[in-house]
Design a protein around this ligand. Structure first.
Ligand code: SF4
Length: 465
């Protein structure tokens, strides 16, 4: 049976979608290749959030055309957000592609791969036997499915589970109704649709049976989970109800979620974070701008004062909580004063980490056609300057861990140095330490001995028997 390599661009939701596709392919008898050179089918699971991510995927597909010269049976496909956004027009840029499958059709990928392999074999046979037939077959458009499918949010639910992992993602919802003016996601992922609580709990239980100790709940606006499908109960939002249901799963030790929207962060959720010990002390809370004027232009329905209060409330509810964020610099019309407001807020709130993005216009988004688009040089200067600010606070937070005991879940060998192990603290900081097989997938304390700008190093304080 053919082997398939999936290259994933973009966010954790894409990683999770790729895992689901891989699992379906294995169920259909395919094997998953660990390197593209070994594969008979290469699928690029694409990202549309930034122009750069799309260019990378299209460039990669261009390179893969050369690989097909040496391996004519090679099947090539696009999946995910860019496939959804551009559909069949991707074949104009890369006519050698065999399939293009959008974000609501991941569960159909295995069938399309089977069909694409058949089509390729048919073409190769015709090239040996019948020149005219071969010409006709090679002119066929690729298989394209970027349709909308009701219930597609319920299809991302299976896991590969070949490799023993301590932590897994669970996709709890798809889509977004917020329509931030810079963002393409509502176009690529569609409107908000959530999975039922009982199915998510069932998925978590199955993961725990396979030794998973931590789950990260994924959604574009994860804390607005279920708002269209489920009522509040005793003043608790569906997301809080879900956290409580997962908290009760025996053997599940840690719960994370990403990314919430400040707007949906109400009292019940702050209180729940303070109350449930399995919910980890880390919130990634996208700020986007420290200027009310720019937040309004971004269609982010909160003010700087409300964001600041939310950070204070979270820190009061769970004093040790780590807060990370996303900030965009160079949004259309951002003045020096607007930028300095973001800078001042970042200095004041002392984030544990932040992704700083230079604004990049995306087609079919309102911000792309706004006046006062900023030159790249200004974006670059602000990007570097703000990075310095957030890196300074992030380093301070790491430095403050030196000498403390931190509870760590071991995830396996470190990516950069496989002779050592890596894990994460409750506050989502990476810790590298020495240790053997017996530490894998265990939770234990590590004494932190030093910190670099991004990583902690330590010694396990307790011997695992
Ligand atoms: S909340 Fe805004 S930035 Fe986040 S996915 Fe929705 S539209 Fe995009």
């Amino acid at each position: 049976m053919s082997s398939v390599y999936i290259k994933t661009y973009g966010c954790q939701m894409n990683e999770r979608d790729s895992e689901q596709v891989a699992r379906d392919l294995v169920a259909h008898g395919y094997t998953i290749a660990s390197h593209e050179k070994e594969a008979d089918v290469i699928l690029l699971n694409t990202c549309s959030v930034r122009e750069m991510a799309e260019s990378k995927a299209i460039g990669k597909m261009g390179f893969l055309k050369k690989d097909r010269r040496a391996k004519p049976q090679l099947v090539l496909g696009y999946l995910g957000c860019m496939a959804q956004r551009l559909g069949g027009t991707l074949a104009e840029k890369t006519p050698h592609v065999d399939l293009i499958v959008g974000t609501q059709k991941f569960h159909r990928v295995a069938d399309y791969v089977t069909e694409a392999i058949k089509r390729r074999e048919e073409l190769l046979r015709a090239q040996e036997e019948d020149e005219f037939k071969a010409l006709a077959l090679s002119a066929r458009p690729p298989l394209v499915d970027v349709g909308i499918e009701e219930g597609s949010q319920n299809t991302i639910r299976d896991h590969l589970l070949v490799e023993k992992k301590s932590t897994e993602f669970i996709s709890i919802m798809q889509g977004c109704n917020m329509h931030c003016t810079f963002c393409i996601v509502p176009t690529t992922r569609g409107p908000e649709r959530s999975r039922p609580i009982n199915e998510i709990v069932q998925e978590a239980k199955q993961l725990v049976e396979h030794g998973v100790k931590e789950v990260t709940l994924l959604g574009q606006i994860v804390n607005l989970y279920g708002r269209h499908e489920m009522p509040k109960v005793d003043g608790k939002s569906p997301f809080v109800q879900l956290l409580e249901a997962l908290h009760a799963v025996h053997g599940l030790e840690r719960i994370r979620f990403t990314s919430p929207h400040p707007m949906g962060f109400r009292k019940d959720l702050v209180e729940c974070i303070g109350r449930l010990p399995k919910v980890m002390e880390h919130v990634h809370l996208p700020l986007q701008s420290g200027s009310d004027r720019i937040l309004k232009a971004m269609h982010r329905p909160y003010t700087v004062a409300a964001y600041r209060k939310l950070v204070h409330d979270l820190r009061s509810a769970r004093p040790e909580i780590a807060i990370t964020t996303d900030i965009i610099v160079g949004f259309p019309g951002e003045t020096e004063e607007d930028y300095l407001a973001s800078r001042r807020l970042a200095e004041e709130l002392q984030f544990d980490g932040a992704f700083i993005f230079r604004y990049s216009p995306r087609g079919n988004t309102p911000a792309a056609t706004m006046e006062n688009q900023l030159p790249e040089e200004i974006k670059e200067i602000r990007n570097k300057d703000l990075l310095d600010v957030v890196n300074t606070s992030a380093s301070k937070k790491l430095e403050a861990c030196v000498g403390t005991l931190q509870e760590v879940l071991c995830e396996g060998p470190s990516r950069n140095d496989p002779t050592r192990l890596a894990g994460r603290t409750r506050t989502n900081k990476i810790v590298i330490f020495e240790g053997g097989q017996r530490f894998h997938r265990e939770i234990f304390e590590v004494r932190i001995t030093r910190a670099t700008s991004s990583t902690l190093y330590g010694d396990p304080a307790i011997t695992i028997s």
